[in-house]
Design a binder for this molecule. Structure first.
Ligand SMILES: [Zn+2]
Length: 330
């Protein structure tokens, strides 16, 4: 009897462990199909796992489609509140500057500006800048509030899903998705589908948080980009390259970049940036004091970077990756 009880307890524990293991390996890796994952970090009720075969990190089990739709239809997502776009509209100028830089990179890879599709276009700031640079634009945005804003801004139809675009294959010269791919449950399928809409020789460009970033590796429990259900897939330069190559694209450039606003571990940089802005005279900021603080800012930035590289050589100091890839002509 006692033995039987003991046996049951042991079996109970074994079943519990088995169930735990099963729930972790419930979804295969969306990039390589492997079922072998190890937990990386737990955020709220979600577990972020790392694929033991290809190192891709993703939320497993994934949030349901209903959970995701409800999350993105909530206007609070775009008005800050932790998970969403923090003060998205207040940062319009920064978004436009960034759009200009990214379009310049894309234009270098093409004979001339043509047609561009921006997936997850939000309020359409990128598309409006593209129009000014001579592009014909189209956008996809799930949030109806944002889509309406983008429609008013660009005068173009903005649809909620790629499937509602009603365009022929090989329509676009460029397809972009900025901070979008980390929101998608099956990113490789999504890129493959979008690639069919790209003309041969066309450019696919994207950006996503860098999960080789120091914070993602050493402080995953507080890294701000580990934020399910908003973010559910997490890339490094290596996993991003593997995915784009698997979709038949040639990776042309893979810059790792800093964010718009300085964040941890750059508290000193944030302070110096503030001083640099306030010590200028507004219209022309190149006063002697501005130069002094600009120099100090650069020294602090460079030495912080060197310190991190020396102390943690296997982690990146850049929090974001951009990728520019071309669809082969043949
Ligand atoms: Zn994998």
């Amino acid at each position: 009897m006692r033995g039987g009880c003991g046996g049951n307890v042991v079996r109970g524990v074994a079943i519990e462990l088995w169930v735990q293991k099963e729930s972790i390996s419930m979804l295969p890796c969306p990039l390589c199909g492997s079922s072998h994952h190890s937990p990386h970090v737990r955020v709220d009720q979600y577990t972020i796992v790392r694929c033991q075969q290809c190192a891709f990190m993703f939320v497993n089990p994934a949030p349901t489609q209903a959970e995701l739709t409800a999350f993105y239809q909530d206007p609070a997502y775009y008005k800050g509140g932790g998970l969403g776009y923090n003060d998205y509209f207040a940062q319009r100028e920064s978004h436009e500057t960034l759009a200009d830089q990214r379009l310049k990179r894309i234009e270098k890879l093409l004979p001339a500006p043509g047609t561009v599709l921006d997936v997850g276009c939000a309020a359409g700031f990128f598309l409006a800048v593209a129009q000014k640079r001579g592009w014909t634009v189209a956008g996809v945005e799930l949030s109806e509030d944002m889509a309406q804003y983008a429609r008013d801004l660009t005068g173009q139809p903005i649809v909620p899903r790629v499937t509602e675009l009603n365009v022929a294959p090989e329509t676009f010269d460029a397809i972009t998705f900025w901070e979008y791919i980390e929101h998608i449950p099956d990113p490789q399928d999504e890129v493959r589908r979008l690639t069919t809409l790209l003309k041969p020789g066309g450019v696919l460009a994207l950006s996503t948080p860098n999960s080789s970033y120091w914070g993602a590796v050493y402080k995953p429990e507080i890294w701000r980009e580990f934020k399910p259900p908003a973010h559910i897939g997490f890339f490094t330069a290596a996993t991003l390259t593997r995915m784009l190559t698997a979709c038949g694209l040639e990776v042309v450039a893979l810059p790792r970049v800093f964010p718009l606003a300085p964040i941890h571990p750059y508290a000193a940089r944030r302070l110096l940036d503030l001083l640099r802005r306030t010590l200028g005279n507004g219209a022309e900021r190149r006063t002697p004091l501005w130069w002094v603080f600009s120099l100090a800012w650069r020294i602090v930035e460079k030495s912080t970077q060197m310190l991190y590289k020396w102390r943690w050589p296997d982690a990146d100091i850049e929090v974001c990756i951009e990728a520019y890839a071309r669809k082969p002509l043949a």
